[in-house]
Design a protein around this ligand. Structure first.
Ligand SMILES: *Cc1c(COP(=O)(O)O)cnc(C)c1O
Length: 400
């Protein structure tokens, strides 16, 4: 049966072949130029993953702050587990700020009430490419004298307040992992504005090594398989194979921190030439899903800030009854639609995070409500024309 993967970007074998050719002649400058254009920032460096980039940026912030007391990093209480893992890897301590389930993001008025005396930085999330209230979070960080890391791992090409997601605060990261806006299997980019942070990041980058030939080859093989298996004709077969690790969320701190392999840099540059087309296709699907689901009782759509332009790596919404939500996710999967329950837990309930946060951070009702109600739907270019209608049919069949 045809099956729509939860997220992804179509890649042709010809793209991979061209990337191998291009890497032989050096594609680094092209990608850096493209990322400068997209972010509007002068400094862009490809790295082995976004979590590696976050670790490097946080170490740079620690060095730039020159204040040993500031070792806490405030993160949304519901985001990718790689975020607290990258903080641990940088030798810092995560602190959780509850999120507003109706927007998915940190509520700036909740953030404003925090004690910032030991805080080094605040990290946002821009989940599924929907920008958080980045102007407000940035203004708050400036007023408190703390750094801001704009985590746009899922939000490449999203915009708010006339600026790119990823360009707010002092530095940003984008991810090229599986299921992000574009994919080179693994990979990411750090961006930063001018100034001391950029200098400290450059110093951190001097300490990292090139991608090993082994990692590069392994990513090349995985990409060939991935580009084929993302097709709806094949995804249904491979999604159940346990060794792919598909759909699992793990807390892992032992990831490589290095440069991105040349062929992945070249592939990212090729895929970025299609970024606007890819994202406008995702926005079209998101608009159709919004229309289809907006009047369904028991469902809540996510509120995006006015005049924000989302990237929609997936389409998130909420099913307010947790039992119905589980049935709906199963029903959609049976119908060949890769719906997911997103990250299974609020960070306060992830054992590795629970062990290092103070008691006061465990109170995050918004994040727990989100973990119990969120559903994501695919938005990628393999979604067929009648897709929103098919989703609505399953939703209607699976009512309370
Ligand atoms: C995927 C993701 C990351 C980590 O990106 P990698 O490239 O996989 O390291 C960080 N933050 C968020 C919000 C993510 O979705």
């Amino acid at each position: 049966m045809n099956f729509l993967a939860p997220a992804g970007t179509p890649i042709d074998l010809a793209d991979i072949w061209r990337s191998l050719h291009a890497s032989a002649v050096g594609a680094g400058p092209a990608l850096v130029g493209q990322m400068r254009n997209i972010s509007g920032l002068p400094f862009a460096v490809p790295v082995s993953s976004a979590r590696a980039g976050m670790t490097l940026v946080l170490r740079a912030m620690r060095a730039a702050a020159r204040d040993v007391v500031r070792n806490e990093v405030i993160i949304p209480a519901y985001t990718c587990y790689s975020v607290p893992a990258s903080i641990e890897r940088a030798g810092l301590r995560p602190r959780l700020c509850d999120v507003d389930p109706s927007t998915l993001g940190i509520d700036p008025s909740v953030l404003a009430r925090r004690d910032f005396s030991r805080v080094l930085a605040v990290v946002c999330a821009n989940l599924y490419g929907l920008p958080d209230d980045l102007p407000a979070i940035e203004a708050l960080c400036r007023a408190q004298g703390v750094y801001m890391l704009d985590d746009s791992a899922q939000a490449l090409g999203a915009r708010i307040g006339g600026r790119a997601a990823g360009s707010y605060g002092d530095a940003g990261v984008y991810s090229f992992d599986k299921g992000k806006i574009i994919s080179t299997m693994q990979g990411g980019v750090i961006v930063a504005g001018p100034g001391t942070i950029q200098e400290e990041i450059a110093r951190e980058l001097d300490t990292i090594t090139d991608a090993s030939r082994r990692d590069a080859l392994s990513n090349l093989i995985k990409l060939v398989v991935y580009s084929t298996c993302l097709r709806p004709e094949f995804y249904g077969l491979i999604r159940r194979l346990p060794f792919t690790g598909l759909g699992h969320t793990v807390y892992e701190t032992r990831y490589p921190i290095g440069r991105l392999a040349d062929f992945q840099i070249a592939l990212a540059a090729i895929l970025l030439t299609r970024l606007d087309t890819l994202n406008s296709g995702r926005r079209t699907q998101a608009a159709r899903l919004t229309d289809a689901l907006s009047d369904c009782p028991g469902l809540a759509l996510i509120q995006t800030p006015v005049e924000a332009l989302g990237a929609y790596s997936r389409f998130p919404f909420r099913v307010l009854d947790p039992g119905r939500r589980m049935r709906l996710i199963e029903g959609l999967n049976r119908a060949g639609i890769g719906a997911t329950g997103s990250y299974p837990k609020a960070l306060a309930d992830v054992p590795e995070v629970m062990a290092v946060i103070p008691e006061s951070d465990r109170h995050c009702p918004g994040a727990r409500a989100l973990a119990e109600t969120i559903v994501t739907l695919p938005t990628h270019a393999y979604c067929p024309p009648d897709y929103a209608g098919r989703v609505l049919a399953v939703v209607s069949a699976c009512s309370a």
